[in-house]
Write a protein that binds this ligand. Sequence first.
Ligand code: 13P
Length: 247
Amino acid sequence: MRKKLIAGNWKMNGGLAANQALVQSLLAGLAALRCDVAICAPAPYLAQLQGLLDHSSIFLGAQDVSAHDSGAYTGEVSVTMLREFGVRYAIVGHSERRQYHGESDVVVAAKAQRALAGGVKPIVCVGETLAEREAGKTEEVVKRQLAAVIHTNGHCISEIVVAYEPVWAIGTGKTASPEQAQQVHAVLRAQLKAASAHPERTLILYGGSMNAANAAQLLAQPDIDGGLIGGASLKAADFLTIIAAAG
Ligand code: 13P
């Protein structure tokens, strides 16, 4: 049985005072945890979050990591830097980075590889756009995106976390139905099985308008091992409800 993971992706939100208030509310409201919980914060707040989450049961995550080790890469943050702030997870290949920052499958695979080599677990995002879904290309797209990461990281592929995030469901309030999500998760699971000696270890999260009202149904699906939560992770009560639904 895989232990579920509920990860909040704060995206480009937050501020020193707001972060402190949110984390304090979360820590005050956490009951005994049966799942893992993480917060993926903007890079400038990692030091603050490291302090706030010290000795807590919430892990720290980043929203991106460089594909390079160090050097002349202005604006990039290396995995070694992330590790210095106690970061355990790094999102890679989020659709917003693929869409607005031109990240290709190859770049995403290189980022995942660098994260793994540096001791940070990549949360690899895959997902189709609405046009791709309507054209019947969902399977083809997510398999292509995951195949690039498997190709580059074959030997340690069971160490990654996968997040299925249909682009049309992100920030739209339109969630994939539990059946729609499960169907894609099963495809991804089969792909991991074919590539990995320990496919049962790999978590496949769902992301895209997961909220306090729909989390339990999504998390009840056999191949949905947790959630990657945007908007609802910024509200303590909602995030706590989702965490409770994973237990
Ligand atoms: P929302 O939960 O706001 O739809 O965002 C999902 C997401 O992109 C998480 O990475």
